[in-house]
Design a protein around this ligand. Structure first.
Ligand code: AHM
Ligand code: MG
Length: 341
């Protein structure tokens, strides 16, 4: 059968059969998340016609203005996931604290974390946005569920992915067996496998960073970007191209498809914050996807997946993508004696 006929359901059933890589409950969880992404995709597509654009007039716990679609996407994910019996609790970039599955539903053993609508600044201008998700198992040593249960290093993830709402709606998924991409077939209403075992080239001539922050960066990041900008006349001996969508999902998707390096480093605008992006909802799932596709992901000093979270909405510096470039910029941090990202 051609790969055009492998639906997400079939892919997951085959993963379940293949040495029990995933459990039936995890399969259900991933399918429910994918179904929620379909609903979000429809809302995104309707745009102004659906009355979903603009600000919701509220702020999240991190002080960011929430858009209507941020809240709609958050609701869709909660409603889809709370009743199935596969989850113990959820945490979201848009909620102050964890959301425990209500008592009226059975409690499962998984924890789901998500950024319901990533790239919020692009919602109203019709540029690609997405949903990012990450799944862990709840520690088994106690009953009930607490915020502490979510503070696990990213290497403990059992599933991670994103759905990008762009010209096509594409779901990227890993359950630890490489990265598979599924495209939403709108006529059929199903996600269809369109690429398996995605590989990120080890070398690249493309970087993604918000250059407007250049004057605030730390010396190792400045050095790396300065050398790229010098092109073939500089120490790198080759010209580089730059892309910045301002939607991490879209930037990471491009890197999965053709390579590149993405960076949102620490900068001195807010010296107390390690970076802009959130460890649990953004950095961890993307880092695992990138590693599963043969790339690397660090905070400049440490592998992202080894960072021990201290709090739910923790932020982290992010450098991910083509292996040799991520290793280079991480090496520049090491040479500069920087030991904390
Ligand atoms: P969000 O989750 O509130 O949308 O913020 C995260 C986004 C990322 O998708 C993107 O890489 C970054 O913020 C863009 O930031 P900036 O506007 O500083 O370029
Ligand atoms: Mg985000």
């Amino acid at each position: 059968m051609s790969s055009h006929h492998i639906t997400l359901t079939r892919y997951l059933i085959e993963q379940q059969r293949a040495g029990g890589r995933i459990h039936g409950q995890l399969r259900l969880l991933i399918e429910v998340v994918a179904r929620a992404c379909k609903t979000i995709s429809h809302a995104v597509n309707k745009g102004a016609l659906g009355g979903v654009l603009g600000s919701a007039g509220s702020q999240n716990v991190q002080g960011e203005v929430q858009k209507k679609l941020d809240l709609i996407a958050n609701e869709v994910l909660i409603e889809a996931n709370e009743w199935g019996g596969h989850l113990a609790a959820m945490a979201s970039e848009e909620m102050d604290t964890i959301y425990t599955v209500p008592n009226r539903y059975p409690q499962g053993e998984y924890l789901l974390m998500f950024d319901p609508l990533d790239g919020s600044s692009n919602i109203d201008v019709n540029v690609s946005i997405g949903t990012i998700f990450s799944v862990f198992k709840k520690p088994e040593d106690h009953a009930g569920v607490t915020e502490q249960d979510f503070l696990q290093p990213g290497r403990n993830q059992v599933a991670a992915g994103y759905c990008v709402y762009g010209p096509q709606t594409t779901l990227a998924l890993t359950v630890g067996d490489g990265v598979a991409l599924f495209t939403l077939d709108r006529e059929q209403g199903t996600f269809v496998l369109t690429q398996d075992q995605v590989r990120i080239p080890e070398d690249t001539r493309e970087f993604a960073i918000n250059m407007s922050n250049q004057r605030h960066w730390a010396p190792p990041v400045r050095r790396y970007i300065d050398e790229c900008l010098q092109g073939r006349d500089g120490p790198r001996g080759k010209d580089f191209n730059m892309r910045w969508v301002a939607s991490m999902v879209a930037d990471v998707h491009r890197i999965l498809m053709r390579g590149g390096i993405f960076m949102y480093p620490w900068d001195q605008r807010e010296p107390g914050k390690p970076g802009k992006l959130r460890l649990l909802y953004e950095a961890n799932p993307m880092a695992w996807l990138v590693e599963q596709a043969g790339g690397s992901a660090t905070n400049g000093c440490q592998r992202i997946l080894d960072v021990q979270p201290q709090k739910l909405h923790e932020r982290v510096a992010v450098m991910l993508g083509s292996k040799n470039e991520v290793e280079r910029v991480t090496g520049y941090h090491r040479e500069a004696g920087q030991t904390q990202g």
